[in-house]
Design a protein around this ligand. Structure first.
Ligand SMILES: C[S@@+](CC[C@H](N)C(=O)[O-])C[C@H]1O[C@@H](n2cnc3c(N)ncnc32)[C@H](O)[C@@H]1O
Length: 267
């Protein structure tokens, strides 16, 4: 196990608020096969690990709440926090259209205890960590919001998948993180993350990793013409299958870690 410090030492800059991306985000992610594959992968992990539909869920950096909405349909109460009022407005619209309750607050996850002081049976943090200036600082906070015996579902942008795409696109001296230009445009996650470093810190914080999956480990590396020829269902099936296998899962664009906190009664 590596001994990465639990806190970051990077200079502080603001995290990435999605106000200007909100409308495009729904269109470019969830209305596409990439977003549908993400939802399928998460649903399969929840099913395989028998997470069920917990009573309470906190979605930190929840955006438009697409995955939370699926759990709300099974009766889970959703509390959602995000720094983007545009994303929150879209989340409220989606829940209202589905006639489902949602408690949505505008605020940063670093200040979560001001809005939602309690612990939850399930905490989601999906595709947020890589947009934070100090991603490792957030991990103890995320873990602290999980009840004993509860779950943390953490999905983040994978350093290895990012670098492999850069290489396959001919950028043989690709930087590990976003270039300054992409960073200024705000369209690329500023911190692709090494899954082993994240997993080590979670374990140091007392979490047990029940599922380690790569998402879009086949989809993103297959030529579009080949995807069209074999069809989206076949691509999805391969992605779901190889996303659980070494070494392919390490090339996923995202990694999903589904982790459990020890119950007070556990040894
Ligand atoms: C890529 S989106 C992901 C949204 C959602 N979790 C999902 O999986 O669809 C990242 C979200 O994180 C939010 N965000 C960024 N920094 C944040 C912070 N410090 N606290 C709370 N939300 C934050 C953004 O506004 C945006 O809605």
């Amino acid at each position: 196990m590596t001994t990465r410090p639990i806190t970051d030492t990077q200079p502080t800059q603001p995290d990435r608020n999605f106000d200007d991306l909100a409308e495009r985000f729904g269109r470019t992610i969830y209305a596409t096969p990439r977003g549908q594959l993400r939802l399928l992968a998460l649903a399969q992990d929840f099913h395989d690990c028998a997470v069920g539909a917990p009573q309470s869920l906190l979605d930190l950096g929840g955006g438009q709440g697409q995955f939370s909405l699926q759990l709300a349909q099974q009766g889970t109460q959703i509390d959602l926090l995000d720094v983007s009022s545009e994303m929150l407005a879209l989340a409220r619209d989606q829940f209202a259209a589905a006639h489902l309750p949602l408690t949505a607050q505008l605020g940063s996850l670093q200040q979560v205890n001001e809005f939602f002081p309690q612990q939850y049976a399930l905490v989601l943090n999906h595709a947020v960590l890589e947009w934070l200036e100090r991603p490792f600082d957030a991990l103890p906070l995320l873990v602290s919001k999980v009840k004993p015996g509860g779950w943390l579902s953490l999905m983040f942008y994978n350093l290895h998948g990012h670098q492999w795409r850069q290489l396959m696109n001919g950028r043989t001296h690709a930087p590990a993180a976003a270039t300054e230009r992409l960073r200024q445009q705000g369209n690329a996650p500023q911190h692709p993350l090494d899954p082993d470093e994240i997993a080590d810190v979670l374990q140091q914080l007392g979490m047990t990793i029940k599922r380690w999956r790569g998402i879009r480990c086949i989809h993103d590396h297959m030529h579009q013409k080949i995807r069209q020829r074999i069809g989206q269902d076949a691509v999805n099936q391969a992605d779901l299958e190889f996303g659980l296998k070494e070494p392919y899962r390490r090339l996923g664009r995202y990694v999903h870690l589904l982790c459990k906190k020890a119950d007070n009664h556990d040894e």
